[in-house]
Design a protein around this ligand. Structure first.
Ligand SMILES: [Zn+2]
Length: 296
C-alpha cells in the first residue's frame, strides 16, 4: 500500500480497511471499477452510497494543499459504474484562482478515462458555488446526484436553482460529450502527438482555444490535461491544472517533471500560455514548450 493512505485507512470501518488495502498498490491513482466496487460491497456488507461516502478519506489522501492544508476528496461515479476519485490542489505561492477543487479533479479524472455521463458526485461537504457551476457544464449536469454525509441525496438543480449554463449560450454538446476538433501539426515527437490528441478532445466552445498539456517525468511517464471551459468562464479548468491533478493522483512529485508541452489552437480568441507557465513554474523550474497548431 502507498504510504499516503496510512492515515486515511485508520479512519475507515475495519471491514472496509481490510477490503480496500489490496487495491491501494503502487499503481493506484483513484480509479475503482464497477466489479471491484461490487466486491467491496460483498466484503463489507455496505450499501453502495454508504460505501462511497466511507471511501472519501482515500480520495482526500490524493490532495496537495500547501496553502490551506485542508485535504478535500470527491468521487465521481460514471454511468459505467466505475468511480473516479479526485482531490484539491493548490499551487505554492501562486494566486488562489490556480487552485483545483476536489470535484473538478474527480470530474476531469472521469473525463480523461472516457466516461460520457457522470451520474453521482460524492463529497464530504456541500459543494461550493464554483463547483456547482462546474458540474452544471456537464452533460445532464442538472441531474447529477450530489451525495453528502447526513443529508438526503438531491440533484444539482436543488443546489443550483435558476442555473446559467451551456444551453443558455446555445451549446448543445456540453462537457463530457464527444469532442473532435482536429488540429494539424507535423511532428513525430510522441509527447507532442499525445498532446495534440488530447487537444482535439478538449472542450472550448466559448473561445475555440482547443488545448492540452502533457507533462513528462524523468522515467518517461506522461500525464495529460485537457482544457475544460465553463459558460461562466471562471470555473473553467486549465489544462496545466488538469495535468498536475493527474500527476498528483498518480502520486508523482511535481519536482519529477522533466518536460512540459502546451498545445493550443491558432484560432482561439485567448491563449493559455501565460496561465500555464505561471502554474508550471510554481512547482517545477523548467520551460514550457508552447506549440500552436492550425485547426483542420
Ligand atoms: Zn469547490
Amino acid at each position: 500500500m502507498q504510504d499516503r493512505f496510512l492515515k486515511s485507512i485508520a479512519k475507515l470501518p475495519e471491514s472496509l480497511a481490510t477490503a480496500v488495502v489490496p487495491l491501494l498498490d503502487k499503481d493506484f491513482a483513484g480509479h475503482i471499477d464497477a466489479q471491484q466496487l461490487t466486491e467491496l460491497q460483498a466484503q463489507t456488507q455496505m450499501e453502495l452510497n454508504e460505501l462511497l461516502l466511507a471511501l472519501l478519506p482515500i480520495a482526500a489522501a490524493l490532495a496537495r494543499p500547501p496553502i490551506s492544508e485542508f485535504h478535500v476528496g470527491a468521487i465521481a461515479k460514471g454511468k459505467s459504474g466505475d468511480i473516479y476519485m479526485g482531490a484539491n490542489i493548490e499551487l505554492p505561492g501562486e494566486a488562489l484562482f490556480h487552485s483545483v477543487h476536489a470535484e473538478q479533479s474527480a470530474i476531469s479524472h472521469a473525463w480523461l478515462s472516457g466516461e460520457t455521463i457522470i451520474e453521482d458526485i460524492i463529497v464530504n461537504a456541500s459543494p461550493c458555488g464554483h463547483c456547482r457551476q462546474f458540474i452544471n457544464e456537464l452533460v445532464e449536469g442538472s441531474k447529477v446526484n450530489i451525495h453528502l454525509p447526513s443529508q438526503d441525496t438531491a440533484p444539482l438543480s436543488h443546489y443550483l436553482p435558476y442555473a446559467f449554463g451551456p444551453s443558455d449560450l446555445n451549446i448543445s454538446a456540453p462537457l463530457l460529450s464527444k469532442q473532435q476538433h482536429n488540429l494539424i501539426l507535423d511532428s513525430n515527437d510522441p509527447m507532442i502527438i499525445e498532446a495534440l490528441d488530447h487537444a482535439s478532445l478538449s472542450y472550448a466552445p466559448y473561445t475555440k482555444n482547443f488545448a492540452a498539456v502533457v507533462l513528462e517525468t524523468k522515467d518517461g511517464a506522461t500525464y495529460c490535461g485537457r482544457y475544460a471551459e465553463n459558460a461562466a468562464f471562471n470555473p473553467s479548468m486549465q489544462p496545466m491544472q488538469m495535468a498536475l491533478s493527474t500527476m498528483s493522483r498518480h502520486n508523482r512529485d511535481f519536482s519529477e517533471i522533466n518536460r512540459a508541452v502546451l498545445i493550443e489552437s491558432s484560432k482561439g480568441v485567448v491563449s493559455l500560455v501565460g496561465a500555464a507557465m505561471d502554474a508550471l513554474h510554481s512547482v517545477a523550474p523548467i520551460e514550457l514548450e508552447h506549440i500552436v497548431a492550425e485547426p483542420e
